[in-house]
Design a protein around this ligand. Structure first.
Ligand code: ADP
Ligand code: MG
Length: 574
């Protein structure tokens, strides 16, 4: 006990909650238990929305998606030891995606440290590898300034995950409330601009390009640069390509979008401008044979350390994406230059787009049963509301779905991302639905999962039902990972021994009724095998405005992507 008893007392839990509230944290996802229950209660009492989840990993994914969608970090609240360890996956994913996130972890009592306390673990150390900032306040009085620093670090520079450790003895300790000084909410990130000379050089390179290409990444989406980017596209008439989560910065159906000729655009462009997109595996490292050996890259990024990764860029534009795009626009507004719409480059791109679209159309209109991926996504796309959030994960499910499902608005697609994380879908969908509820009521969330991907966080269906979030979950079910087998084949396999001995590691239980996970908690479940059943169930699910649905879509277990010109690069075929 400390402080004057006649004064108002406040607990460490309340200090944590008020400090988060003061820093503009609106949402907290987590799982309560020793020693953090009081923090969740205090946060809720102050008006922070608290969403109790079923696994810390999913809670952490949800909190990070809130950060991406709103530009303010969501908080993830976890218990000591195993709770924190479960959250590490979410922290790593947020950091890899450059999304802001605050993790608040309870830890064992300081007086028992090194004695084998309940759930004792070196948490601050453990988080360091998965975050930009990891610290334990030195006292209750220091909590507000450490939380301010964590929130500020999460959104300044390249966004990322930050960890604050709260020992159990802080949580319940009462201190004189006058002793606590809350630090004012941190200022919005300062906006930096690129060097004028570099901007001029970039503009000149673009003007002189024969086969230019703009690439929009999720950095452009996060930076809310959609307006200036769209102006640039339209003023200069340049072809563009979004990365998976860069989709929607400019609508997918914009005439300058060359997604349907992605490989060709990458392979033959002579000048490429990267707007908040890294040259990692998603963009094939910027290297031949996926690119011309003499391609000139112009990199726009807020992170200086990113510039020059894997290639030697022709020009680097270090700064905030929206501000730098504005600088480029100004440069182009001085002239009336436009990239000629009748160029051989545009002709070549359009030709490829047309033939690729025809191939996909042919697969989509196939009448054979079980359905293939293209048929499924074709029917889903037909009914998707234009402004819905599309969440997606899986292997083929995500890759093929991305090419068919359109985004018309920025920050409306959430997927496995830079880290290729499976298990993010339900957490992301919950975050999107919670954000939609507050900011854009009526906006829907469609979560397109492979059957394997669904399994990683399937119990979050209970969270969805508890909060009456009208999420539509689609499980594109091929009975396995990459590919599965039909029930008959599986039965034959079992005849030769038990499942562990005979079933290929890719197989999951054939004909699993995942929709019953949803009906178990009061939502709507559908088991569909034909295009007509799929259309009906989608129509009914969209008509439900308070109840979630799960549509379990049976597809051909051996279905794959249409033939690709290239496979993913590995070291051996670089
Ligand atoms: P994608 O997966 O879409 O290619 P990445 O996550 O690889 O996108 O790249 C996003 C990039 O955007 C990161 O390098 C990050 O530093 C950068 N970035 C994030 N916010 C901003 C911003 N406000 N201004 C400029 N760049 C940003
Ligand atoms: Mg599967």
């Amino acid at each position: 006990e400390r402080g004057d008893r006649s004064e108002e007392q406040v607990s460490g839990a309340e200090v944590v909650a008020r400090a988060l509230k003061t820093q503009g944290v609106e949402y907290m996802f987590g799982i309560v238990g020793i020693p953090v229950t009081e923090i969740a209660v205090a946060a809720q009492a102050l008006g922070i929305k608290y969403i109790g989840m079923r696994n810390e990993q999913a809670a952490c994914y949800a909190a990070s998606a809130v950060g991406y969608l709103t530009g303010r970090p969501g908080a993830c609240l976890v218990v000591s030891g195993p709770g924190l360890i479960h959250a590490l996956g979410g922290m790593a994913n947020a950091n890899m995606n450059c999304w802001p996130l605050i993790v608040i972890g309870g830890s064992s009592e300081r007086s028992q440290e090194t004695m084998g306390a309940f759930q004792e673990f070196p948490q601050v150390e453990a988080c360091r590898l998965y975050s930009k900032f990891s610290a334990r306040p030195s006292s209750i009085e220091a909590i507000p300034s450490v939380i301010e620093k964590a929130v500020r670090s999460s959104i300044y520079g390249r966004p990322g995950a930050c960890y604050v450790d709260i020992p159990a003895d802080y949580v319940t300790l009462q201190v004189n409330s006058n002793a606590i000084k809350y630090v004012e909410c941190c200022m919005p990130p300062p906006v930096s601009m690129a060097e004028t000379a570099a901007v001029r050089m970039a503009a000149s390179l673009i003007r002189n390009a024969q086969q230019p290409l703009l690439i929009f990444g999720k950095g452009a989406a996060y930076a809310h640069a959609e307006e200036s980017i769209r102006k640039l596209v339209e003023q200069c008439k340049l072809p563009f390509l979004p990365t998976p989560m860069g989709k929607g910065v400019v609508p997918d159906n914009h005439p300058n979008c060359v997604s349907a000729a992605r490989s060709r655009a990458l392979q033959f462009a002579d000048v490429i401008v990267l707007f908040g997109a890294r040259l990692n595996w998603i963009l094939h490292f910027g290297l031949p044979p996926r690119y011309r050996p003499d391609v000139k890259f112009i990199q726009v990024d807020i992170c200086a350390e990113e510039l020059g990764n894997n290639v030697r860029p022709a020009v680097t534009l270090l700064g905030d994406l929206n501000a730098v795009t504005g600088q480029l626009l100004e440069e182009f507004e001085k002239t009336t230059w436009q990239y000629p719409p009748e160029s051989a480059w545009w002709k070549s791109l359009r030709e490829k787009m047309k033939s690729n679209a025809a191939k996909a159309q042919e697969l989509a209109s196939s009448m054979s049963l079980p359905m293939n991926y293209y048929t499924v996504f074709h029917h889903v796309q037909e009914q998707l509301p234009r402004d819905c959030f599309v969440v997606s994960e899986g292997a083929n499910t995500m890759d093929i779905g991305r090419t068919v499902l359109q985004n018309y608005f920025p920050r409306h697609r959430l997927d496995a991302g830079t880290f290729g994380t499976m298990g993010v879908g339900l957490g992301f969908a919950i975050a999107a639905a919670i954000v939609a509820k507050d900011r854009n009521p009526g906006q829907r969330v469609i979560c397109v999962e492979g059957d394997s991907a669904f399994g990683f966080s399937g119990m979050e269906v209970e969270t969805i039902c508890r909060h009456s979030l009208p999420i539509i979950l689609l499980v594109v079910n091929n009975n396995g990972i990459y590919q599965g087998v039909d029930p008959g084949t599986w039965k034959e396999m079992l005849n030769f021994g038990d499942a562990a001995a005979t079933t290929p590691p890719m197989c999951l239980l054939p004909n699993a009724h995942y929709e019953q996970v949803m009906t178990a908690f009061g939502g709507k479940g559908y088991f569909v095998q034909t295009p007509a059943e799929l259309q009906d169930s989608l129509r009914q699910s969209l008509a439900e405005t308070t109840k979630p649905s799960l549509i379990n879509i049976m597809i051909e277990p051996q279905a794959t992507r249409k033939d690709q010109d290239f496979h993913w690069l590995t070291r051996s075929n670089l």
